[in-house]
Design a protein around this ligand. Structure first.
Ligand code: ADP
Ligand code: ADP
Length: 237
């Protein structure tokens, strides 16, 4: 059974102006993401990628269709269960979304505090996570003292804190220079390989997909226009 099955999913928003039709952000999308995939979703701005990710995460309801995660149809469960399931999905963002008033440790600890993990266990887990992303020496620094690449590594540590089975990366390297992008992609590849986490990578950059994704779906105007193994979808010289 696939890890994530998206079946004929549509998401539309009410018209922006009177007289306009609804905005169809995602239009009849079906995809199967297998356990252990690094699945790329590529498309220009406005293609519907972020909306699709918010639907997978259950942050917004679908207009039609269903999304099965780990054998549960997340479009058919109450908000309470959805919040529990969301703990099993980590997320990283283009702008990192770190709390500037908290140290690096404090940022990584945040989701564990929300989950009420006891203090001693939490400290151990945070140390382990910072070690994994190579930032043990920055535990007491603040986000603005770190480079962009380092901040994204903190974002990854935080996303991994609750031991998710899935990591959603929304334009996670788009704010980074090429060298730092490589560093973050290498870390994501390790997350996939060493921790066995399924990763969904959203990007408008072909290079990112070519470097890390084994499969790819190309989105245009809310639809998947092509999908398959990256090796087959991308032309080679
Ligand atoms: P991408 O991530 O590929 O840039 P988005 O999913 O952000 O694309 O947007 C897809 C389309 O849906 C765009 O036309 C966008 O304006 C529209 N859209 C996204 N979110 C909303 C919203 N909350 N309300 C209205 N329209 C939205
Ligand atoms: P919300 O609108 O629910 O505050 P955001 O849109 O800021 O969420 O971020 C989306 C998701 O990213 C949240 O559901 C949460 O799981 C995660 N997230 C955002 N900020 C943090 C944070 N400081 N610590 C841990 N997780 C966070």
């Amino acid at each position: 059974m696939p890890h994530i099955t998206i079946s004929d999913v549509t998401k539309s928003y009410p018209p922006q102006r009177r007289g306009d039709g609804p905005v169809v952000a995602v239009d009849g999308v079906s995809l199967e993401i297998e356990r252990g995939d690094v699945f790329g979703i590529i498309g220009y701005s406005g293609a519907g990628k972020s909306t699709l990710v918010r639907l997978i995460n259950g942050l917004e309801p679908v207009t039609a269709g269903s999304i099965d995660v780990d054998g549960t149809d997340i479009t058919a469960i109450p908000e309470r269960r959805l919040r529990e399931l969301r703990q099993g999905i980590g997320m990283i963002f283009q702008r990192f979304n770190l709390l500037r008033s908290r140290t690096i440790s404090g940022n990584v600890a945040y989701p564990l505090e929300v989950a009420r993990m006891p203090r001693a266990e939490r400290a151990k887990r945070v140390a382990e996570l910072l070690d994994f992303v190579g930032l043990a020496d920055k535990a007491n620094a603040y986000p603005e003292q770190l480079s962009g690449g380092q901040q994204q590594r903190v974002g990854i540590a935080r996303a991994l804190a609750a031991n998710p089975g899935i990591l959603l990366a929304d334009e996670a390297t788009s704010a980074l220079d090429p060298e730092t992008t490589d560093e973050v992609l290498d870390l994501l590849a390790r997350v996939n390989r060493e921790l066995g986490i399924t990763i969904v990578v959203i990007t408008h950059e072909m290079d990112v997909i070519a470097r890390i994704a084994n499969k790819v779906a190309v989105m245009e105007r809310g639809r998947v226009v092509e999908s398959g193994l990256t090796y087959d979808v991308f032309t080679r010289p």
